[in-house]
Design a protein around this ligand. Structure first.
Ligand SMILES: [Mg+2]
Length: 218
């Protein structure tokens, strides 16, 4: 909620750079976990495009309707949010960056699962505050970065969030990351991101170069 973003932003050091991270497909292997869950429920995810709706089939090979996919996603978050595996290298990269950067996770996880998400991340060595957002992330990022004098960086796999941040918080540097290699192959670089990097070793090096810089202009 935006209220949570305001509360967390109140504790920021305005002189210290800020890293705002998505969770699914940036810190956590969401698609692998969803696939495994769906298989257990008798469904198959066929990744023909960068989408969930339109790619789920039942055991008879029949395409599952959008409403039912939404219900399956909701059950997935309830059942599995606590137990999703981390993206390789993410925890180490963030531990190294945290010497210079303030870090917050901005995730469109259902708000009822916010605590499970934070516990899951902390269990994998990523004990950072988690904000449960909804819809486009631009207004959340604008709230989090208001009043900061140091560089701010946003990392997400979904192009619409980069567009939203470009609109509402244009001075924030936008890194497009798609951790799952199969998904990465299906999705071109987000037009509203400054850079596309799909692995954490390279992302770490890129983000480090930004720490000492002045805030980027739109
Ligand atoms: Mg994501």
């Amino acid at each position: 909620m935006v209220k949570d973003a305001e509360a967390i932003a109140a504790g920021f050091d305005p002189e210290k750079p800020l890293l705002i991270l998505d969770a699914d497909e940036v810190l956590l292997r969401f698609m692998e976990a969803l696939e495994a869950y769906l298989l257990g429920e008798g469904y198959e995810l066929r990744l023909k495009s960068f989408a969930i709706t339109g790619n789920v089939y039942d055991r008879h090979g029949v395409l599952v309707a959008a409403d039912h996919v939404r219900e399956l996603l909701s059950s997935f978050f309830t059942a599995r949010t606590r137990d999703i595996e981390p993206v390789p290298g993410a925890a180490d990269a963030l531990a190294a960056l945290s010497a210079d950067w303030q870090i917050v996770v901005l995730s469109n996880v259902p708000s009822a699962q916010r605590e499970a998400r934070a516990a899951n991340l902390a269990g994998h060595g990523m004990p950072y505050p988690v904000i449960a957002s909804k819809g486009g992330k631009g207004e959340f990022v604008a709230t989090l970065t208001a009043g900061l004098k140091a560089p701010t960086v946003f990392v997400d796999d979904l192009p619409p969030h980069h567009a939203s941040v470009a609109r509402h918080a244009p001075a924030t540097h936008r890194l497009h990351m798609v951790a799952d290699p199969r998904l990465a192959a299906l999705l071109p670089p987000a037009p509203d991101a400054h850079v596309r990097i799909d692995d954490w070793a390279a992302a770490h090096d890129h983000i480090r170069t930004l720490a000492g810089g002045i805030r980027l202009r739109p």
